[in-house]
Design a protein around this ligand. Structure first.
Ligand code: ASP
Ligand code: MG
Length: 424
């Protein structure tokens, strides 16, 4: 007998038929004798609709904030999950499964005060463990929690993945099954490269890079949590027949297990290729080369909430002036340039240049730690396709390359093939 947290995303609970299908997946695990807790998202499109309603409201008189009262935003957008948790509990009851819905505040899932993008601070697992003892399937509304001032909070878009992993950690589950509309994590985006393969296993670290760099299967925060708490997380499809043979087994059904690297026996050097489009490059020319310059640039950008990604600074020839290049999301270029103007005199640079429509393509694999020449292979392959490299950054397990946007697909396919990831 195992303890399993099952999470179902928006497309898996999109209508009553699908909710019924989800109930069959849950019943299968219950019948196998497992302790089961379920986490649900809102029906697909519901959260967008709720957010749209909030945005359609007039702002409070005198309010100069660009946004709405975040506490009311949370009270409204958290409601989608309340509906699906209740509907799934009813569907389970109709199949003779002892089930009950629970909202974030009832457990409670305690978060910080950052309404709209709250972080989970504490979940006392004993509430759900007691439900296991009673033979009850707790159906928990994902995405929501309870803030320190006793109000409903939400965890940011896609946050129900994080709810599920945090609950799995709190009840020390053997596994967190994330049911979604794809059957796992692929070596790259199959829409760009049809030869992409499903990975049977991927390490936490690699998955964190894949998710941060554009693979949209899981909320990044959920992968961080899974890594910190060692929650074995299995990404699988809710559209498989719930009663097909082997579906109760953690490894047999199609899917990808995100786990510790020592659980992965056949480690490849490169595991996947990720990409992010719509990056912009900003270069500061002839920048003073002295202590405090980087802080003077990136501090104000951070204060403005602009997410800076790759940063490349050259070593100056004579110790007086240098160049600095970094990337930001294309949508933030205008704001970034405005911030840079305000620091031009204090920081001291001659010119700012910028270019939109860049893409970042990344090669990821923990095998890189112990293999030389991985980067050189990428550069050579891109050169053969006449793809120009604008900037490069690396970490122990990743090489990221900035290129012109129109070459994204070609670069992804080229790298996928050169590292032997194509399916045969
Ligand atoms: N319903 C929320 C959203 O659409 C949370 C989630 O689905 O994970 O962002
Ligand atoms: Mg999601």
């Amino acid at each position: 007998m195992a303890r399993i947290v099952m999470k179902f995303g928006g497309t898996s609970v999109a209508d009553l038929d699908r909710i019924h299908n989800v109930a069959r997946h849950v019943k299968r695990e219950v019948d196998a004798g497992h302790d089961v807790a379920v986490v649900v998202s809102a029906m697909s499109g519901k959260t967008n609709e709720l957010v749209g309603w909030v945005k359609g409201m007039p702002k409070a008189t005198g309010a100069n904030s660009p946004f709405f009262d975040a506490r009311e935003y949370d009270a409204i957008v958290a409601s989608g999950e309340q509906i699906t948790s209740g509907l799934l509990a009813i569907a389970l009851q109709s199949m003779g499964v002892h089930a009950r819905s629970w909202q974030g505040w009832q457990i409670p899932i305690r978060t910080d005060n950052a309404h709209g993008a709250a972080r989970i601070e504490e979940i006392d697992g004993s509430f759900l463990i007691k439900r296991f003892g009673e033979g009850q399937v707790a159906v928990v509304a994902g995405f929501q929690g309870l803030s320190p001032d006793n109000r409903i909070s939400t965890l940011g878009r896609g946050g129900s993945d994080t709810s599920a992993v945090a609950i799995a950690a709190a009840v020390k589950a053997d596994r967190c099954d994330i049911y979604t509309d794809v059957d796992g994590v692929y070596t790259t985006d199959p829409r760009i490269e049809p030869k992409a393969r499903r990975l049977s296993k991927i390490s936490f670290e690699e998955m964190l890079e894949m998710a941060s760099l554009g693979a949209k299967v899981l909320q990044v925060r959920s992968v961080e949590l899974a890594m910190v708490h060692g929650v074995r997380t299995f990404v699988r499809s809710s559209f498989e027949d719930p009663d097909a043979p082997g579906m109760c087994d953690a490894i047999n059904p199609p899917g990808t297990l995100i786990c510790n690297e020592d659980e992965i026996v056949e480690q490849q050097v490169v595991t996947g290729i990720a990409y992010a489009k719509d990056e912009a490059q900003i270069s500061l020319r002839r920048l003073a080369d002295r202590p405090g310059v980087s802080a003077g640039i990136f501090g104000p950008l951070a204060d403005a909430g602009i997410n800076v990604d790759m940063i490349v600074q050259n070593i100056s020839e004579d110790g007086s002036r240098t160049d600095m290049t970094f990337t930001v999301p294309s949508a933030d270029v205008g704001r970034a340039l405005a911030v840079l103007e305000t620091v031009r005199d204090t920081v001291g640079f001659d010119a700012v240049q910028h270019d939109d429509g860049m893409s970042k393509v990344s090669v990821i694999g923990i095998g890189m730690r112990s293999h030389a020449g991985v980067a050189a292979t990428a550069f050579k392959a891109l050169a053969e396709k006449a793809i120009n490299i604008r900037a490069i950054t690396t970490s122990e397990i990743k090489i990221s390359i900035l290129i012109d946007g129109p070459y994204t697909e070609l670069a992804v396919r080229t790298l996928h093939s050169v590292y032997g990831l194509d399916k045969h």
